[in-house]
Design a protein around this ligand. Sequence first.
Ligand SMILES: *Cc1c(COP(=O)(O)O)cnc(C)c1O
Length: 394
Amino acid sequence: MKMSSLCVKSANNKETTHPHQLPIYATSSFVFEEVEDSIDIFTGQRKGHVYSRYGNPTVDAVAEKISRLETFGSDIEAFGLMTSSGMSAISTVIASLFKKGDKLITQGNLYGGTTELIKKVFVKMGMEAAFIDLTDLNLLEKHLKEDDQIKMIYFETPSNPTLDCIDIKGVAQLAKKYNIKTIVDNTFCTPYLQQPLLLGVDYVIHSTTKYLSGHGNTIAGAIIGREEDKSLVWQHLKLMGTNCNPFDAWLVNNGLKTLSLRMDRHSKNAQELATYLQNHKMVSKVNYNGLSDHPFHKLAKKQMSQFGGMLSFEVKGGMKAALKCMNRLKFCTQAPTLGDVDTLILHPATSSHLNIPESMRIENGISDGLIRVSVGIEDIEDLKADFDQAFAEC
Ligand SMILES: *Cc1c(COP(=O)(O)O)cnc(C)c1O
């Protein structure tokens, strides 16, 4: 072999032992030893990787771990697939189910990007969508009874940023009765706190960007469902090219190692902060499922093992006081994401809900004074001290 050829050839070390940690397979394709291998793998007679858009060992290992977490404690045979973002998980699973003329039913207070995806992409392609109050199961059944074009129910619980809960089991039972597929966005809870597949839902999606990775340094998503539904979703993933890259999957894998520790701490800190806020004279309202007077406390307790790290509260004094408070909070970081190890704050009225008409925003409980907190895992005393000094000046 000439030196220039040696430059081209892969540096393959076949003498190594098994790695302790998951390696990043930075390769677009995989080698067939013999042409028969390729036939067996392409026809599905043998497992093996072909091309990284179809599947990659790093990505698949992490996807499988997420699917095992989502079905932990049950005998459900599930698949897991990772996608390039939470949004691509949502678009891939909806696209796999959707046929022209189908109707999707969902809630008014979805993650903003999901509402836009439905209205600006799927409705443009011929989908009908109804945004209703899914906390009202009678209303849902009325829709299902009257309209046999409804083929999908898509929802998230607890919702953003007021933490309303939807009865997962109740919705899933109605959906079964009318032969409709259900999809739950489980980003806020993670499988450590809530397992929608065990409550009868067909698909769970995640923005793994948030709690599953937990460190704010990746954008990725996941789809988990029953094994028999895998091929349809996988077909859409590989044809739409919504696959996750190995580096981001690897970062999610690192985050997953501490998921249980983080979620325990997020929940504990959020409960303490919610109680502190509820007792503060500058605060008129606290939205946190863990508070016994929260309207969805009972339902949350039924379907979640802990109440999670997200809360929101209203500062007395409206917009002016809320903005002042935002700027005075120094230990907390102002950032438009959630689920990181550090505490993040957001003022929905001037950010995530800026383009929503004021009357509709207020009706959904997103007042001018509302601040959303993604409570981190820091020492709770530092957090309370930050709110103390911020409120002193508001
Ligand atoms: C962030 C988020 C998404 C979108 O996820 P990306 O990873 O940003 O694409 C979807 N649903 C919820 C609840 C989210 O918080």
